[in-house]
Design a protein around this ligand. Structure first.
Ligand code: GDP
Length: 295
């Protein structure tokens, strides 16, 4: 079984007992353990390096409190710093605009984007919002059908596209429909590809332009680990993201992707996917994620 960070640190910092403050020399070995723990949790290497530097900065010179070992103190600093970097508090969905509040969903194929769109619709419906679900994935009829079926399961209306209608045309018509039929929220699923390509990015930018969404959410698969960073960076550069959703946290992923994607985009993680089921979407809590990453 993997040793958790507290156990590791208490092993390497035994020699520190009795020392009154955390110094460069006495925390070096401990910081090496923190580095390994973060890499094992799948945090991207450049993010780890920067994080370690910040922790070192925070920890150096701190007096070791009587009841704590230096190792425990350092774990405390690491934990607080992790939570702080991931956003301190949960940031809720922002729907504060003239209705319909439009939410654009972005992400690669297979990350759980369509399922997450339906999960979000379900959550919003619980708060008595009238939600319209729209799919602009004209390349995969199966994806459109999937959202139509999910819409029915969560009891929300699905906007039916015309045959051969272009993504922006669907988006514009859906927006007009949502306005004239007094929908509170419109959730727009977009085409996903297996890899990032320029055409896909250009299309989602055009959709963003046409819809002017209040939220543009990137769906990232926590199981992607280090690759999540590249995805987040590419989408973050192409689109003004307002937040992220991390899916598949019910799997083995230790959650390091949370720190990485937050770091490269600077945007808050708003929700996490915790099961395949439609009730498996929860608000993101930085504190809990910090504990999970540290093991
Ligand atoms: P899309 O291609 O990004 O639209 O992905 P889908 O919504 O079709 O999801 C791909 C697969 O991931 C499906 O089998 C979903 O049930 C599954 N999935 C989505 N979110 C989660 C999650 O949070 N946990 C688990 N275990 N599976 C998920």
């Amino acid at each position: 079984m993997l040793e958790n960070l507290t156990q590791r640190l208490s092993r390497v910092v035994k020699t520190l007992r009795g020392e009154a403050r955390l110094t460069e020399a006495n925390i070096q070995a401990a910081l090496r353990e923190v580095r390994v723990a973060l890499l094992e949790a799948d945090v991207a290497l450049p993010v780890v390096k920067e994080f370690i530097a910040q922790v070192k900065d925070k920890a150096l010179g701190q007096e070791v409190q009587g009841s704590l070992t230096p190792g425990q103190m350092l774990v405390g600093v690491v934990h607080r710093e992790l939570a702080r970097l991931m956003g301190e508090h949960n940031e809720p969905l922002n729907l504060a605009t003239a209705p319909p509040a439009t939410v654009l969903m972005a992400g690669l194929q297979g990350t759980g984007k369509t399922t997450t769109t339906a999960k979000l619709a379900r959550l919003l419906k619980e708060t008595k919002k009238k939600v319209l679900l729209v799919s602009c994935d004209v390349y995969r009829p199966a994806a459109m059908e999937q959202l139509r079926a999910l819409a029915q399961q969560v009891g929300c209306e699905f906007f039916a596209p015309e045959p051969d209608e272009a993504p922006e045309a669907i988006a514009r018509r859906a927006l007009a429909w949502a306005r004239s039929h007094f929908f509170d929220v419109m959730l727009v699923d977009t085409a996903g590809r297996l890899t990032i390509d320029e055409e896909m990015m250009a299309e989602i930018r055009r959709l963003h332009e046409a819809l002017k969404p209040i939220e543009t959410l990137l769906v990232v698969d926590a199981m992607q680990g280090q690759d999540a960073v590249n995805t987040a960076r590419a989408f973050g550069e192409a689109l003004p993201l307002s937040g992220l959703i991390l899916t598949k946290l019910d799997g083995d992923a230790r959650g390091g992707a949370a720190l990485s994607v937050r770091h490269v985009t600077g945007k808050p993680i708003k929700f996490v996917g915790v099961s395949e089921k439609l009730n498996g979407l929860e608000p993101f809590h930085p504190e809990r994620m910090a504990s999970r990453i540290l093991g």
